[in-house]
Design a protein around this ligand. Structure first.
Ligand code: M6R
Length: 606
């Protein structure tokens, strides 16, 4: 998740932009850069590493002007490095960009044929080249930007300046961008915290808006060039709230970011009409020879593996073995010579997962990472990597990393299914269609979050919870229970519902709420029977389902309905209210939600 800022006004742009970059640091980044416009010429500086390194590099030697752009990069295309850092410049056009340009390879090829030379591995670099190539035909800077944006597929928030023209252009599609209105100055930014020190008045740009800032005026048009009206809003946030985008905690912010995180993970990879999944980065050996797939990880990422196993086995009919990384590394697993080992990690730095990867490599097996942090140890050292594009996850409790990992497993299943002949184009088209609906469905759950908060208030005084689910939702309840225990310190245990009678049933009484995840799938009737057994023992049932007419509705203590989806994708929906329930209980109990006691975000030691 990159951060962009741009300034035009009466004061020196340099300090304002550097301060804004510092305020974006919480988003996580690997490099930063700045471009300053001064009397018609543009100077650029970029550095891998921290904003302070960039600030030191530009020093005081006249690197200042009335307009500029700056960027913190969270790498998606191309490793973190100075040449991949933004801004990118081509001819007299300079651009900062947040988002993913899906058709950049095609555009790059055409531009190369026209004689353009590229110096980075990024998708972004095509944008300044494209604008530069369209300038003479479009007849104006603004016209060329508009023409270029119409050719881009994917998501973008961009800031663009040109040498010789005192104009700052900003535009967005599916990536956030706002214009801050200050005292005789305009500042564009990917979020309000970056510039809240200078103004609290913002225009939140909408998709396909193009904002043109010129000589103290702001004009907003659509892609056709027609002027559009946008409301100016004032926000009243404290500094700490602003950093979290107005949310009380990073965890809540990250739960609410899931629709966006999932969309970003799908962008550029799903081709519904063609019934195809594109994983450019993937370089697998002959998949038809694979006899067994291993999925290995820790914590929440391990729970994603358990779901991945269901997704793969149901559709590919290849045996999948899941393992906790700390077990895999020491138990001398029986690995076949053509087995594929998938290692899953948000951070890519978890010591046990890295050790498991080394073990698999020692046995000469192909290792594939599913990882959120570009350039992390796991992503560098595995043979192949697929990135979840969830953006930085700061709360210790993993939320958006989990749902994006499951999405990657689903896409990988489609990808392999085509290659193994287990799925045809129609199957893949239909399944992609289901996947594309997920972000919107999650949004409807988030929109109803107040009912989960009410429920959390009613139940937060209980000290023990049991979580039960079956099939693909057994991992969902494992993950739900982990969320509750790690941030609220309430004891929560999860079982496959069929195991209840083999022990945990002894715990059930009126002081033990039981969380059931029971969608209308093949396990439905069996889970209803388990609920009957709990109610007969005066247990309190909190039911999460996709069925508004659930057989147990009216008899349970609380019912929360999530949208329906296919079996393989239901966990991504069912986990969201469980994340929210854990969050609200912890918040009401006053624990340190983002940094719970005894836990670290990244467990880099054994
Ligand atoms: O960065 P990783 O995904 O490898 O981290 C694995 C676990 O440490 C992590 O998922 C942990 O369980 C979280 N605190 C769960 O919310």
């Amino acid at each position: 998740m990159c951060g962009i800022v741009g300034y035009q006004g009466r004061e020196g742009a340099r300090d304002i932009l550097i301060e804004a970059l510092r305020r974006l640091e919480y988003r996580g980044y690997d490099s930063a850069g700045i471009a300053i416009w001064n009397n018609g010429t543009v100077r650029l500086a970029r550095r891998q590493g921290k904003v302070s390194d960039l600030a030191e590099a530009i020093g005081d030697d006249g690197f200042n002007g009335s307009m500029g752009l700056a960027h913190t990069r969270w790498a998606t295309h191309g490793v973190p490095s100075e040449r991949n850092a933004h801004p990118h410049k081509a001819a007299d056009i300079t651009v900062v960009h947040n988002g993913i340009i899906e058709n950049y390879l095609e555009l790059k090829e055409t531009l190369k044929e026209e004689g353009h030379t590229f110096t980075s591995d990024t998708d972004t670099e095509v944008i300044p080249h494209l604008i530069a190539s369209l300038l003479s035909k479009a007849g104006s800077f603004e016209g060329a930007v508009r023409a270029a944006l119409r050719m881009l597929k994917g998501s973008y928030a961009v800031g663009v300046i040109r040498e010789g023209e005192d104009i700052l252009i900003a535009a967005k599609k599916e990536s956030p961008l706002l214009v801050g209105i200050g005292d005789k100055e305009f500042i564009i930014a990917s979020d309000a915290p970056a510039i809240i020190n200078r103004t609290n008045r913002f225009i939140f740009l909408e998709d396909d808006d193009i904002a043109v800032i010129q000589k103290g005026t702001l004009r907003i048009t659509n892609l056709d060039g027609d002027e559009v009206e946008r409301e100016t809003r004032s926000v009243q946030w404290s500094g700490a709230m602003a950093e979290k985008g107005g949310y009380r905690h990073f965890m809540l912010k990250e739960i609410f970011e899931q629709p966006r995180a999932i969309s970003d993970t799908l962008i550029g990879r799903i081709q519904q009409e063609e019934g195809e999944i594109l994983f450019e980065e993937l370089d697998l050996p002959d998949i038809t020879k694979v006899r067994k797939i291993w999925m290995v990880a820790c914590g929440t990422s391990y729970h994603a593996c358990l779901i991945g196993k269901h997704i793969f086995e149901a559709n590919l009919r290849i045996p999948v073995e899941t393992d906790i990384a700390s077990e895999f590394r020491y138990r001398d697993p029986i690995l076949g010579k053509d087995d594929l080992v998938i290692l899953v990690s948000q951070s890519g730095e978890t010591a046990d997962t890295i050790a498991a990867m080394k073990e698999a490599k020692k046995r000469r097996l192909h290792t594939l990472a599913i990882c959120n942090v570009l350039g992390s140890t796991l992503s560098r050292e595995c043979h192949s990597v697929i990135y979840t594009h969830a953006g930085p996850e700061i709360g210790v409790a993993s939320t958006k990393a989990f749902t994006t990992q499951v999405c990657v497993f689903f896409m990988l299943m489609l990808y392999l299914g085509k290659r193994l002949g287990a799925l045809d184009n129609d199957d893949v088209r239909r399944l992609i269609g289901e996947l594309r609906k997920v972000p919107h469905k999650i949004q409807t759950i988030l929109d109803a979050s107040s009912s989960i908060e009410d429920n959390a208030r009613e139940n937060m005084h209980y000290r023990h919870f049991l979580y039960l689910g079956r099939g693909i939702n057994f991992p969902t309840v494992l993950e739900g229970a982990l969320k509750l225990k790690e941030i609220s310190y309430i004891h929560a245990e999860a079982y496959a519902a069929g195991e209840m009678k083999h022990g945990p049933i002894a715990l059930i009484d009126e002081n033990m709420p039981i969380v059931f995840v029971s969608p209308r799938d093949q396990t439905y009737k069996k889970t209803c029977s388990n609920m009957e057994e709990v109610l007969a023992r005066k247990g309190k049932v909190l039911l999460f389902t996709d069925d508004t007419r659930h057989d147990m509705a009216g008899r349970v203590d609380a019912l929360f309905v999530v949208p329906e989806s296919i079996y393989e994708l239901q966990p991504i929906l069912s986990i969201v209210p469980l994340q929210l329930m854990a969050y609200y209980m912890a918040n009401l109990l006053g624990t340190d939600v983002d940094q719970p006691r005894n836990l670290a975000k990244s467990v880099t030691v054994e």
